[in-house]
Design a protein around this ligand. Structure first.
Ligand code: NAD
Length: 357
């Protein structure tokens, strides 16, 4: 049995996780796999009962499981709290405690939704790329950092972009391995024409690539990559990049697809992977049965692929989502004239029903 920790969290988190669990159970029944689920509070829900966004018991459960499925955390109720105990701290702590150094964010345009993008249909149709972002190093963590007051009364703010060879090697390996399960193409993105840390990045990625001769490697400067994502996004398969560049490029890539309710993610690196939708707790629609569960359902698709190596099952989940969209079912966030408006539960049920027998 595969043990999955369910951290539903706040706002729409419990609603969308509920639908994703239903899809996992339905897939399991079809392929003869049992998934066991155990729940623990996280984020605001955990602050309410335990006074902490990531209680020790929740972390213990996550560590002891085979994968973690998370909803979303946060909301207006907890916004007045100190930064140290805000719901969002749970995410940072989980990533750190589980050793999750790689964030995988696919951007895929489903044909029927190509009209929802702000770019022209002919540019976005067929986009199927994956950003592999280094998650625990780089400028967000590098020392020295801080703001100091100078003797002339002005201030000086410092952050440090720093990467070591082992940090680059492991994220590069992750990207090459992932590319082997896709179209065998990696574009490594850096700023090696200006930054020394990027020069080391490029040199190290090139060296690691020798172990993956079946994968094609190219390099792009980050400014060029930002342009290419808008100009000709279909050229990309796997984009490998640093924490800072990945933060920005993954949001840019996501917006090519048009809706936040469609975007899954995986954080990998340790023994236990963490899977969650990209969106937040959507307090404006929480509890109304309106949230789009597809981001979370595609996140369990990623779990099947990356934690359990059940690629056929992952394909089945993605195929079921595509089939339901092709039939014209839409939650409110992706609703267009001429399509059928459904709620969270109906969308989940339709996707379960569309799984191949
Ligand atoms: P959000 O992603 O929650 O919502 C932004 C907009 O998108 C809202 O209009 C919302 O209704 C809509 N939306 C989001 N998910 C949707 C879905 N599945 N279906 C339909 N519509 C959806 O971002 P926000 O409003 O900036 O943040 C709300 C709270 O969530 C904040 O407390 C924030 O800190 C937190 N947050 C958490 C995470 C996380 O848990 N990973 C990520 C981002 C924000």
């Amino acid at each position: 049995m595969r043990r999955i920790a369910l951290l539903r969290g706040d706002g729409v988190g419990p609603e969308v996780v509920g639908q994703a669990v239903g899809v996992l159970e339905a897939v399991g029944a079809r392929i003869g796999q049992t998934f066991g689920f155990e729940e623990a509070p996280v984020g605001g829900a955990a602050i309410d009962v335990e006074g902490l966004p990531l209680p020790p018991k929740t972390l213990e459960l996550a560590r002891a499981s085979d994968a973690v499925l998370m909803g979303a955390v946060g909301g207006p109720r907890w916004e007045g709290l100190d930064y140290g105990i805000r719901p969002e701290r749970a995410l940072l702590a989980l990533r750190q405690e589980l050793g999750l150094y790689a964030n995988l964010r696919p951007a895929r345009v489903f044909g029927p939704l190509a009209g929802a993008s702000t770019l022209k249909r002919e540019v976005v149709e067929g986009i199927d790329l994956l950003v592999v972002r280094e998650l625990t190093g780089g400028i967000y963590f590098g020392q020295p950092k801080g703001v100091e007051r100078l003797s002339d009364g002005t201030e000086r703010g410092v952050n440090t972009e720093v990467y070591t060879t082992p940090e680059i090697e492991r994220i590069a390996r992750m990207a090459f391995e992932v590319a082997r399960r896709r179209r065998h193409q990696v574009t490594s993105v850096d700023k090696a024409n200006v930054l020394e840390s990027s020069e080391l990045w490029r040199r190290t990625v090139t060296r690691v690539h020798r172990d993956y001769p079946d994968v094609e490697l190219s390099h792009l400067y980050v400014d060029n990559c930002a342009m290419q994502l808008i100009r000709a996004p279909r050229q990309f398969d796997v984009i490998l990049t640093t924490n800072l560049f990945g933060d920005i490029l993954s949001d840019e890539a996501a917006m090519l697809t048009g809706s936040i309710g469609m975007l899954p993610s995986a954080s990998l690196g340790g023994r236990v992977g963490l899977y969650e939708p990209v969106h937040g707790s959507a307090p404006d629609i929480a509890g109304q049965g309106k949230a789009n569960p597809i981001a979370t359902i595609l996140s369990v698709g990623m779990m099947l692929r990356y934690s359990f190596a059940l690629d056929a099952a992952a394909d089945a989940v993605e195929g079921a989502v595509a089939a339901v969209l092709a039939r014209g079912l839409r939650t409110a966030d992706i609703h267009q004239p001429g399509t059928t408006l459904v709620g969270t539960a109906e969308m989940g049920a339709a996707i379960r029903a569309a799984l191949p027998g």
